[in-house]
Design a protein around this ligand. Sequence first.
Ligand code: NDP
Ligand code: PYC
Length: 341
Amino acid sequence: MSAVASAETEHLSFAELVELLQRIFERHGTCAQVAAILAENCATAQRDGAHSHGVFRVPGYLSTLASGWVDGQAVPTVEDLASGFVGVDAHNGFAQPALHAARPLLVSKARSAGIAVLAIRNSHHFAALWPDVEPFAREGLVALSVVNSMTCVVPHGGQKPLFGTNPIAFAAPCAGSEPIVFDMATSAMAHGDVQIAARQGHAVPPGTGVDRLGLPTTDPKAILDGGALLPFGEHKGSALSMMVELLAAALTGGNFSFEFDWSQHPGAKTPWTGQLIIVIDPSKSAGATFAERSGTLVEKMKTVGVTRLSGERRYAERAKALEAGVALGRMELEQLRQLAG
Ligand code: NDP
Ligand code: PYC
């Protein structure tokens, strides 16, 4: 899929796009429930303008399913591990169905203990992370999630790639506005955005990555072709990326980003790792008015000149799509229709 803004654009309603994607996933090897969950997730990213993780990802999902690397029919096993700890073995399936299966137990534990952890292992996450956390904030909860991916980032001070692009997403309720949400790769750029830059022939900013000789480059093709990404913010992003490896893999029982070998599955694109989600019920804290406090902070940020909060671009894209439909390139839509049969 192109992820290219084109004058040749068509619009589908969100429900139409979900239905189209659901047919594609089901036709290419997932069971109906997995198809429904992935379709909703992918359409949500497209709707909200997260183009590196919307329909752009469909070919990668399908080549991975065809390669036998991921099990599109896997049924996750939810484990009640402790008063504040839920585990899920995704059984080599996707992470989103695992979260879906464990969510009711996770929320009930967070509401009774004030905090609960969900550790997903043996899972594939190929999507944006904010759709996993935003719904918790809509229920008045605070959520933090991390997921590790595949070796393509050189740790600060290192000579070779080891870490994944390892995103961190956070969501919190905010009185008087949409939830506060941020979601960011700990690499200088998400791998998906490097792929888009390579397709479109754009240079990436200095500091994004290195070529196959380890030399700094702004050529996205050189980063993808034997080169590597760098963490954002030098040692600081690198420390956060290390934290993500520890929480998403070591703590969950999943693979580190360097630990899996997909060389026997040509076409495999989805990292086989783990994901951690921490959910907090702020009503249990001493300050019972967390959402109001969030609102106070946001208002104060505006008084010092902040005009754009994290999440705001996404909410604006969502509002536009709800009005006019979700925009897709005409060619892109034609390809999707062919894939759906
Ligand atoms: P961006 O750098 O585009 O954005 C990171 C965050 O910063 C977002 O919350 C964004 O809000 C916010 N933001 C961006 N610009 C500004 C600004 N000028 N002022 C204030 N806030 C701003 O994201 P990344 O490129 O780091 O990541 C892209 C996606 O890739 C993420 O969804 C991530 O989950 C996904 N990813 C997934 C991986 C996986 O293994 N599954 C691995 C790596 C990345 P807004 O949303 O409103 O733009
Ligand atoms: O964009 O870095 C990325 C990515 C890795 C896995 C899924 N997305």
